[in-house]
Ligand binder design. Structure first.
Ligand code: NAP
Ligand code: SF4
Length: 689
C-alpha cells in the first residue's frame, strides 16, 4: 500500500492523508458507512438518493457505501427491498454514481443478502434455524442453491460495475447470510459448506474469488468482516484472523469492521457507547494483513477519527450517522473549523428508528437529511429580509433562530432563563446522553457566526414587542412540567419535579418512586441508579472499561463471539417506576434503543409497575393501588415525570398587538414533544419566512 506524503493537514494529518489502492486513490481516510435510509424503495428514489449522496460527496467524504442491495429476491431484507439483478436496474443507478463522481468522491454498492434476517416467508439460511428477532423460519439452502446464490453475488457485482460504481462492499457481518455461514451458531450443515471452519468460510471466499474474476483487478472490493460477533457460538479471534488473511489472498482490497449481530444484546452504536468504543477490535487485526482496515462505531468528531488513525488502530474510519447529521463534516474539518460541525449525538431517533418503522430516515439535528431532493438548501436566501423575534431558547427556538438568520433575516433570540438550551440542559445530564451538549455547542456557534442577537434572562412582554416592532415573532416558549393532584402531595418536600431531581440527584433519597414511565421517567431512573451525573464528561479509558464490563464484552476473546458475564453492581437506590396505563413500561421508547433502557433498569433492579393508581402520601410513604391491590411504597422521595403542558401565555398579547406570529415545538403541542419534532418545526417555520 502506498501512502501519499503530500502536504500535511495542520490539525488532522492522518485523517487528511490520501490512500493509494494501486489502481485508484482515496482523497482522505473518511468513509461513509452503509446505511439503509428508506429512499431506496420510494418513487423517484434514485433521484433522491443522488441528491443525498451528492451532498455528502460535495461535503468532502472520500468514499461512500450505499445501503444494502440484495443480489436476489430471497436475500431481501423486507418484501420489495432494493435488488440489483439486471441491466435495466443498473442503468437507474447511473444518476447516483454520476452525481458522486462530480465531486472527486467514490461510491461502492453494498451487496447484502439478509439470510434468516429477511422479513418475509421465503427467507433462506445455511440451516433452518429461526433468528430470535424474526418471526420467519428460514429454509436451508441446498448445495445447488448455495452455488446459485454465489452466482447472484457475482451478477450483482458486475451490474454495480456497469452502473458506474467504483466498487462493492460485500456484507459479511451483523449476522446476515454470509455471517450465518461463518458461525457455528447458525451453520449446522454437514456438507462442504458446514462443519469445520474451513468449510464454513468457503461461502464468503467463493463469493470473493468469483467476484474478483468477474470484475477484474481495478474495482474496489471491500469485505465487511464480523470481527466481534457478540453472540454465543460466534467466531473466535483466531478464526477472524484466518478469514481476514484468506480474504486478502482472494483479492479483497479493504476490510471493514463489523461489530455485533443484530440479535446481540449489547448496544454497539447507541449514545451510551463511549466514542470510538470499538477501535481496539480493528487494532487487533492491524499487521495481520497488508490491505487497509476500516474501523467504525461511535466515531463522530474529527478529533476522535484523527486519534484512532494516529494511534494505529485502523487505516480508515467509517462514519455513517455523522454524515447524516452534517454532510459537510469533512469540509469543515479540512477548514479546521470543527466547532461548525453539527455532531451526531447517536440518538437513533430519526435515522434507525425511522428505518425500523418503515419510514424514511432523517436526522434529529439535521431535518434536511434524506430530504435534499425536496427541501431547499438552508443557505438559500429569503426574498426579503425581515426583523424576526424568536421567543424561547430551547431546541425549537435555537433551530428557528439559526435557520432564519442563515436565510438573511435579522434575528433576536429571547430566553427567560440565564442560559440557552431548554430541555437539552436536562437531557445532557443523563448518563450516556452527554452528547446532547454537542448540539447546544453547535447551535451556540451558529448563533455567533450568524450574528443573532441573543438576550438571555429576558422576559418578553407587551412593552418590548411594541417597542421593537418585529415583522414576525416565532413563539417557541416550550413546556412546563405537568403538576398532578394527589392527596398529600401539595407542599410536601418529598415530592420533587423531574427538573429538581435531574439538577440535584445527590439530594434524592435511597428509596424513590417515579410517577410516569415516559422517556423522562426512564431518564430519571437511569440517572438515580448511577452515583452522580457529569454533564460535561469527555470519553475516558475508564468509561470504555466500565461499558465493556457492564455489557459483558471481552477484549481477550476468551469465549466465542467475545462475550463474558456482564458485571453487576448493587444499585445505588431502590427505585419504583410507575404508570397508570397497562402494558409494558417504556413501550413507546425508541424502536432501536428502548430495549437498552429497559435492560438498564432491569439490571438496576428497578421495580416497574403498571396499572397503578396514586391514592395518597402519608408519613409512611406513597399509597398506591396496583391492579386494585393496595400497596404502600416506603419512599424518601417521589419524582413526578408526568409529561408536560404547553407554555404559551404570550399568545394573548401577540394577538392583542395584531402581531404576525407562528407557534412551534412544545409551545404548540406538548404531548410527546421531543427534540426531533422541535428542531424540525423550527427549521420549517424559518424556511417559510
Ligand atoms: P411522556 O412520554 O408523555 O410520558 C409521561 C408519563 O406520565 C406517561 O408515562 C404517563 O403514563 C404519565 N402521566 C401522564 N399524565 C399523568 C397524570 N395526570 N398523572 C400521572 N401520570 C401521568 O412524557 P415525558 O416522559 O416527559 O417525555 C417527554 C418527551 O420527551 C416524550 O416525547 C419522550 O418520548 C421524549 N423523551 C424520550 C426519551 C427517550 O426516548 N429515551 C427520553 C426523554 C424524553 P400514564 O398515563 O400511563 O400514567
Ligand atoms: Fe445521529 Fe441522532 Fe441524527 Fe441519527 S438522528 S444521525 S443518531 S443525531
Amino acid at each position: 500500500m502506498n501512502q501519499s506524503t503530500a502536504i500535511q493537514h495542520p490539525h488532522y494529518p492522518h485523517l487528511f492523508q490520501s490512500l493509494d489502492l494501486g489502481f485508484t486513490q482515496l482523497k482522505n481516510r473518511a468513509i461513509m458507512g452503509s446505511m439503509h435510509v428508506g429512499l431506496e424503495e420510494e418513487k423517484q428514489g434514485f433521484e433522491k438518493l443522488a441528491a443525498y449522496f451528492e451532498a455528502r460527496a460535495d461535503g468532502g467524504c472520500a468514499l461512500m457505501v450505499t445501503g444494502g442491495v440484495s443480489p436476489n429476491i430471497k436475500g431481501w431484507l423486507k418484501p420489495l427491498g432494493m435488488r440489483l439483478t439486471k441491466s435495466s436496474q443498473a442503468r437507474q443507478h447511473r444518476v447516483v454514481t454520476d452525481a458522486v463522481h462530480k465531486h472527486d468522491s467514490k461510491i461502492c454498492l453494498q451487496i447484502l443478502h439478509a439470510g434468516r434476517y429477511g422479513y418475509h416467508p421465503f427467507c433462506v439460511a445455511p440451516s433452518a434455524i429461526k433468528s430470535p428477532i424474526s418471526p420467519f423460519k428460514p429454509s436451508a439452502l441446498s448445495h445447488r442453491q448455495v452455488l446459485k446464490t454465489i452466482k447472484h453475488f457475482v451478477r450483482c457485482a458486475s451490474l454495480a460495475q456497469e452502473a458506474g460504481y467504483d466498487g462493492i462492499e460485500i456484507m459479511g457481518s451483523e449476522g446476515y447470510l454470509i455471517n450465518q455461514f461463518i458461525a457455528q451458531r447458525t451453520n449446522h450443515r454437514k456438507d462442504q459448506w458446514g462443519g469445520s471452519y474451513e468449510n464454513r468460510i468457503r461461502f464468503p471466499l467463493e463469493i470473493v474469488k468469483q467476484v474478483r474474476a468477474a470484475v477484474g483487478r481495478e474495482f474496489i472490493i471491500i469485505f465487511r468482516l464480523s470481527m466481534l460477533d457478540l453472540v454465543e457460538k460466534g467466531s473466535t479471534w483466531e478464526e477472524v484472523v484466518i478469514l481476514a488473511k484468506a480474504l486478502e489472498a482472494e483479492g479483497v482490497n479493504i476490510i471493514n469492521t463489523g461489530i455485533g449481530w443484530h440479535e446481540a444484546r449489547v448496544p454497539t452504536i447507541a449514545t451510551l457507547v463511549p466514542r470510538g468504543g470499538f477501535h481496539w477490535v480493528t487494532k487487533r487485526l492491524m499487521g495481520e494483513v497488508s490491505i487497509p482496515l476500516i474501523t467504525s462505531n461511535r466515531i463522530n468528531t474529527p478529533e476522535i477519527a484523527e486519534e484512532i488513525l494516529a494511534n494505529g488502530s485502523a487505516d480508515l474510519v467509517s462514519m455513517a450517522r455523522p454524515f447524516l447529521a452534517d454532510p459537510a463534516f469533512m469540509k469543515k474539518a479540512q477548514a479546521s473549523t470543527p466547532e461548525e460541525i453539527n455532531t451526531c449525538i447517536a440518538c437513533n431517533q430519526a435515522c434507525l428508528d425511522h428505518v425500523f418503522s418503515n419510514k424514511r430516515a432523517s436526522c434529529l439535528v439535521n431535518p434536511r437529511a434524506c430530504h435534499e431532493y425536496e427541501l431547499p438548501a438552508i443557505s438559500e436566501k429569503a426574498k426579503q429580509s425581515k426583523k424576526v423575534a424568536v421567543i424561547g431558547g430551547g431546541p425549537a427556538g435555537l433551530s428557528a433562530a439559526c435557520v432564519a438568520a442563515e436565510r438573511g433575516h435579522q434575528v433576536t433570540l429571547y430566553e427567560r432563563a440565564d442560559e440557552l438550551g431548554g430541555q437539552f440542559n436536562l437531557a445532557m445530564r443523563i448518563p450516556g446522553k452527554q452528547e446532547f451538549a454537542e448540539t447546544l455547542r453547535y447551535f451556540k456557534q451558529q448563533l455567533k457566526r450568524l450574528n443573532v442577537q441573543v438576550k438571555v434572562a429576558t422576559e418578553v412582554d407587551e412593552a418590548l414587542l411594541t417597542r421593537e416592532s418585529f415583522d414576525h415573532v416565532i413563539l417557541a416558549s416550550g413546556v412546563q412540567a405537568r403538576q398532578i393532584k394527589v392527596k398529600g402531595f401539595e407542599d410536601d418536600a418529598r415530592v420533587l419535579s423531574y427538573t429538581q431531581s435531574i439538577l440535584n440527584p445527590d439530594q434524592v433519597g435511597q428509596n424513590v418512586a417515579i410517577i410516569g414511565a415516559g422517556g423522562i421517567g426512564f431518564d430519571v431512573a437511569e440517572l438515580l441508579l448511577k452515583a452522580e451525573s457529569n454533564p460535561n464528561s469527555n470519553r475516558t479509558d475508564d468509561d470504555l472499561k466500565d461499558y465493556l464490563d457492564e455489557w459483558g464484552v471481552d477484549q481477550e476473546y476468551q469465549q466465542r463471539g467475545g462475550l463474558k458475564a456482564p458485571e453487576s453492581h448493587a444499585p445505588q437506590r431502590q427505585i419504583y417506576l410507575l404508570q397508570r396505563s397497562s402494558g409494558k413500561l417504556g413501550a413507546k421508547l425508541g424502536k432501536t434503543t428502548g430495549w437498552i433502557h429497559r435492560a438498564q433498569l432491569k439490571k438496576g433492579q428497578v421495580e416497574m409497575l403498571s396499572e397503578v393508581s396514586y391514592e395518597h402520601l402519608s408519613e409512611q410513604g406513597l399509597h398506591i393501588k396496583v391492579k386494585e391491590q393496595e400497596r404502600i411504597l416506603e419512599v424518601d422521595h417521589i419524582v413526578v415525570c408526568a409529561g408536560q403542558t404547553s407554555q404559551r401565555s404570550l399568545e394573548t398579547c401577540l394577538q392583542k398587538l395584531n402581531q404576525e406570529y407562528s407557534v412551534i415545538g412544545g409551545a404548540l403541542k406538548a404531548g410527546e414533544i421531543d427534540a426531533k419534532r422541535a428542531i424540525a418545526e423550527g427549521q420549517k417555520v424559518a424556511l417559510a419566512l
